[in-house]
Design a protein around this ligand. Structure first.
Ligand code: NI
Length: 378
């Protein structure tokens, strides 16, 4: 109860003072103070603007593994009405990264208690800017992943009850790419279209043509999403405009499908644009690749969950993106969905987590970390 209360306090503090990606200055200072109070060493060798790295164990050398929590919040006005709701207008921990941070701090406390017995080092990664998908890159650049042999992360999951853990080898979350297309045509009087190169007609065909990529170039057994979410052109009802701009996103679960879809997308942009006489320029916003769980780590995670008396389920993959995937390009990694039983999905203004899941997650990740170190140390 004391342990749970401590984690609840930490989570509620973080929840009241949410900070956006790359602005997590107070959050970082708070996490640092908690770690220092617990006697856990801060790894200053890995410099980050915001976020921080700490370490437990390694007193007798041995392998290194990492536990990662994301720490940033979202530009959302909270509408939970909770007594510990956000005190900062227009900012909210609406994705539960406060929960992840408190849970990994909890795992750190548990690991610290048996530091002498740990067969290696657990590197604790409090990562900034997950929501912008740029924080993992900052951590990688800091050198904090060098020598790390396995990395673990989590996301809370409102549709899974507390005490349940979603474990799935292979693809779990989608690759997340953004695009911006500018179609340059030639404006004219609306009544004289033959004098124009109409970018509106080209943009309309392009939007429709994209949908044939998913239906004609992706196997029925695979999946992909292409959504055009912004389409801007024109200033007046009687003028054919000069340009049209389309923006949107592409989601895929498989790296090969992603290559195929992105390749076809570029062909369709150039082909349709050429057919209508416009000039297209395409800009990509590279999101993370798919979260793809290592088979062996997933199996070990399942065993660890069972040792902890958790109910293990195979979760549905999520079409959301997660920059944990960047670590998995370098290091075998496992990402879990932790049941937090809430009424609202991620990014909803009334999003909340059941705090009873805090000690559950802390114990699970501590168990996972110490077991993997033991295995790696042989
Ligand atoms: Ni999130």
């Amino acid at each position: 109860m004391v342990f749970e209360q401590r984690l609840v306090e930490i989570r509620r503090h973080l929840h009241q003072y949410p900070e956006l990606s790359h602005e997590e200055v107070e959050t970082t200072a708070y996490i640092k103070s908690i770690l220092q109070k617990a006697g856990i060493r801060i790894a200053d060798a890995f410099p980050l603007q915001t976020g921080l790295i700490a370490e437990v164990g390694g007193l007798h050398g041995g392998p290194i593994i990492a536990l990662r929590a994301d720490i940033d919040a979202l530009p959302i006005q909270e509408e939970t009405g909770l007594p510990y709701a956000s005190k900062i207008a227009g900012r909210m921990h609406a994705c539960g990264h406060d929960f992840h941070t408190a849970a990994i701090l909890g795992a750190a406390f548990l690991l610290k208690e048996k530091e002498q017995e740990l067969a290696g080092t657990v590197r604790l990664v409090f990562q900034p800017a997950e929501e912008k998908a740029t924080g993992a890159a900052a951590v990688l650049k800091s050198g904090a992943m060098e020598g790390v042999q396995a990395i673990y992360g989590m996301h809370n999951k409102p549709d899974l009850p507390v005490g349940t853990i979603g474990i799935k080898p292979g693809p779990l979350m989608a690759a997340c790419d953004g695009f911006r297309i500018e179609l340059a045509g030639k404006g004219s009087h609306a009544a004289v279209p033959e004098a124009s190169v109409d970018p509106v007609v080209a943009a309309a065909f392009l939007t429709t043509a994209f949908q044939s990529i998913v239906s004609r170039n992706v196997s029925s057994l695979d999946s992909a999403v292409i959504s055009v979410t912004k389409l801007n052109s024109g200033t007046a009802w009687n003028v054919i405009p000069e340009t049209a701009v389309l923006e949107g996103t592409i989601r895929c679960f498989d790296a090969k499908v992603r290559d195929r879809v992105l390749g076809r997308f570029e062909q369709v942009v150039q082909g349709v644009s050429a057919a209508y006489g416009t000039k297209a320029s395409l800009q990509w916003f590279d999101g993370p690749p798919p979260v793809h769980n290592d088979e062996r780590l997933a199996e070990e995670a399942r065993k660890a969950a069972e040792r902890q008396g958790l109910r293990v389920v195979t979760p549905q993959p999520s079409p959301a993106g997660e920059d944990f995937a960047f670590y998995q390009q370098h290091i075998p990694g496992f990402f879990a969905f932790v049941g937090t039983g809430g009424a609202h999905e991620w990014h909803h203004p009334a999003f909340d987590v059941n705090e009873k899941a805090l000690p559950v997650s802390a114990a699970f990740f501590a168990e996972l970390a110490s077991a993997e170190l033991k295995r790696l140390a042989g």
